[in-house]
Design a protein around this ligand. Structure first.
Ligand SMILES: [Mg+2]
Length: 397
């Protein structure tokens, strides 16, 4: 009996799927003439950052999160694509549907990343063969390249995918985890950033095998509690949980007025209040939305709605103007309104991916705005909440 249980646990098996340079791949499917070229998806050439780039551009040292200016300096012949936000959501959904149609239990970790629980599948199928066929199905149907790794837990499966990329797959057989991990550099471990890597390098740790030759106590001295976690992580014994995927399609709210409203200002205030309510929910769920819909119903029950794709966000200051704009396009002037509705759809929890689109650009714009005010009214006219000092004229930004 005891041996039986041990076997059940030791046959834990996870597949990690990751679409290769996802946004670029979608652009290539949409415009095959880009194939084989250095392509960068990202913001403006002046202030934007690289969201993702093709492997041809990577050869020149271009990588995600790099300022566009630097990227273009490194690879002047690169073709820069602005990015078609709505399309990425559509393709992601397509891949999700294919996986959902085959896999009994899977987790959607981001817009282009999935974990599938293969545990116990070996009783019925060859799990590797099954996963290869799923990969071929995804590539055949969507035209997007995707890589996978199989291992006993999520972290090692993800690391195997990274080693298999681009456009490949890799299985780390049971019991061979340490053999696979040992020669890899420490920055290959998810969660080990440049800073941790520097500290480890300084202390003589370059490869994962160097961690095998030390004690958790020693790592704790160098990195604190995180050192012990790191030591445990690379032992390959961690048990992963797959968080079952449930599609949360949208967040919405609507309001039927007790009395029909004709006053546009009133309608606008209501619209802002409703939008703030659902963006708050969105942020609480740690999600971002890529689509806003506004609905208006008139007293004669005529109902109209209009939607627009937006760069993924959960920020009020980005969603409210979109909702207002949709309202103005939709509203028949002078007509009383019976019901107003706002909906956020195309939701993803991939905040990192979404932030990459805008962070630097948005911050630049924000600081430019602050500076403009300062220039006009003096340096003390605007300050952050935390920087509040004497005087009551501070506007909190
Ligand atoms: Mg990817």
């Amino acid at each position: 009996m005891y041996i039986c249980i041990m076997q059940a646990f030791s046959s834990n098996m996870i597949a990690h799927f990751d679409l290769d340079s996802f946004f670029v791949s979608v652009e290539l499917v949409r415009d095959p003439s880009l194939k084989g070229k250095a392509v960068i998806v990202g913001g403006s050439r002046e202030r934007g950052i690289v969201t993702t780039c093709s492997y041809e551009a990577r050869k020149y040292g271009v990588h995600s999160a790099m300022p566009m200016k630097t990227a273009i300096r490194l690879c002047p012949h690169a073709i820069v694509v602005k990015g078609t936000y709505g399309e990425y959501g559509k393709y992601s959904k397509w891949v999700t549907q294919i996986i959902a149609s085959r896999a009994p239990l899977f987790e959607k970790a981001s817009i282009d990343e999935f974990y599938i629980d293969l545990t116990g599948m070996d009783t019925f199928f060859n799990p590797l063969q099954w996963t290869i066929e799923l990969r071929e199905l995804i590539m055949h149907e969507t035209g997007l390249p995707i890589s996978f790794g199989i291992a006993k837990n999520k972290m090692i499966a993800k690391m195997a995918t990274n080693e298999a990329k681009p456009n490949g797959y890799m299985q780390v057989p049971l019991g061979k985890e340490k053999e696979f991990l040992a020669p890899l550099e420490l920055n290959k471990i998810p969660g080990v950033g440049a800073q941790t890597e520097q500290v480890l390098l300084y202390n003589g740790f370059k490869f994962i095998k160097d961690i095998y030759n030390t004690t958790p106590e020693k790592l704790e001295k160098i990195l604190g509690k995180w050192g012990v976690d790191l030591w445990n992580k690379v032992q390959g014994t961690h048990h992963s949980i797959i968080l079952a995927y449930h599609e949360s399609k949208s967040i919405s709210t609507e309001n039927t007025f007790e009395e029909n409203i004709t006053d546009v200002n009133k309608l606008m205030n209501e619209m802002v209040r409703m939008t703030e309510k659902i963006t708050f929910e969105l942020r609480k769920d740690q999600k971002v939305s890529g689509c806003v819909t506004v609905k208006i119903r008139y007293p004669d029950f005529e109902t109209t709605s209009r939607q627009v794709s937006i760069p993924y966000t959960s920020a009020d200051d980005e969603i409210i103007p979109v909702a207002k704009n949709l309202f103005h396009k939709l509203y028949k002037k002078g007509k009383p309104v019976r019901l107003l509705g706002v909906r956020l759809s195309n939701l993803t929890n991939d905040a990192i991916q979404a932030n990459l689109f805008q962070n630097i650009e948005r911050k630049n714009i924000l600081y430019k705005a602050i500076d403009d005010v300062k220039n006009r009214f003096g340096a003390h006219s605007v300050s952050r909440a935390s920087g509040k000092s004497k005087g009551s004229k501070n506007n909190i930004v």
